[in-house]
Design a protein around this ligand. Structure first.
Ligand code: NDP
Ligand code: 8X3
Length: 248
């Protein structure tokens, strides 16, 4: 029987790349996200390549929807808590509270709802592995990103605390904290403004979703005695949040 990997936010970017990579590595994929047409396309793509994929379309901000979608799943060997977003780029006095609620409800509360449901299944099964997608924003807060950074600080704290909570249950917890990755992230952050989104990556070769999937594929095939607590993955042109070398 194939091991099962549940990936949240598999309709785009890092989550989609991870679903394709893990399916190619022999995992049976449970792919989630809200956009069901994209999930259908992903399922077809994985199936055409000889892999297995089931899809679950729901909004993980809705606790009951998480239960309706996930309670009936028999086994999850790997949970990749990837779904998340930034919404808006403003100083704290000008940010939209609706954007703040969306980020907090998705990046923190949604991650918690899914994690609790799946952790209980892993405990019953005697083990598992949870990979949280954090960010360098989880330790390096920046101007105009207060609430997004706060949510990723929360993911960083939760990763460390859940690693301790689940230690005796044989559940490994890893956190991947990337710098710039070119996905739909910036288009979402700037509410569809492609010029503003493109400007984020101006003069830089950012990471790709495949680069992050490569790291996830590596840490999930390590021996059970070995855990990667944390990986910080950066583009070569980005030293940290504050130093980016842009080529003309
Ligand atoms: P994308 O916008 O490309 O993908 C985000 C994914 O999250 C989509 O599949 C989206 O699916 C899903 N998602 C968002 N909201 C919800 C929701 N309410 N319910 C269910 N699914 C949801 O961005 P990335 O791939 O870049 O982002 C993935 C993760 O990586 C995020 O947690 C982000 O914070 C993190 N990250 C990104 C970096 C970057 O530079 N891109 C750097 C560091 C971390 P759908 O819209 O179909 O629901
Ligand atoms: C997403 C990338 O630049 O906001 O986490 O830290 S950044």
């Amino acid at each position: 029987m194939k091991k099962q990997a549940l990936i949240t936010g598999a309709t785009s970017g890092i989550g989609k790349a991870t679903a394709l990579r893990l399916a190619a590595d022999g995992w049976a994929i449970l792919a989630t996200g809200r956009r069901s047409e994209r999930l259908d396309a992903l399922q077809k793509e994985i199936g055409a390549a000889g892999g297995q994929c089931r899809t679950l379309a729901f909004d993980l901000r809705d606790e009951q929807a998480c239960h309706d979608a996930l309670d009936a799943i028999d086994r999850v060997d790997l949970l990749v808590n990837n779904a998340g977003l930034a919404a808006g780029f403003e100083h704290i006095d000008r940010g939209a509270t609706s954007d703040w609620n969306t980020m907090i409800d998705t990046n923190i509360k949604g991650l918690l709802y899914v994690t609790q449901i799946i952790a209980r299944k892993m405990i019953a099964a005697g083990g598992g592995h949870i990979v949280n997608i954090g960010s360098i924003a989880g330790t390096e807060p920046y101007e105009n990103g207060a609430v997004y950074c706060a949510t990723k600080h929360a993911v960083h704290a939760l990763s460390q605390a859940m690693r301790a909570d689940l230690l005796a249950d044989g559940i490994r917890v890893s956190e991947i904290r990337p710098g710039m990755v070119e996905t739909e992230f910036s288009i979402v952050r700037f509410h569809g403004d492609r010029t503003a989104a493109d400007n984020v990556y101006r003069g830089v070769e950012p990471l790709t979703g495949d680069d992050i999937a490569e790291a996830i594929a590596w840490i999930t095939q390590l021996p059970a005695r070995m855990n990667v607590n944390e990986i910080v993955l950066m583009p070569s042109q980005q030293a940290c949040q504050y130093y980016v070398h842009r080529k003309r």
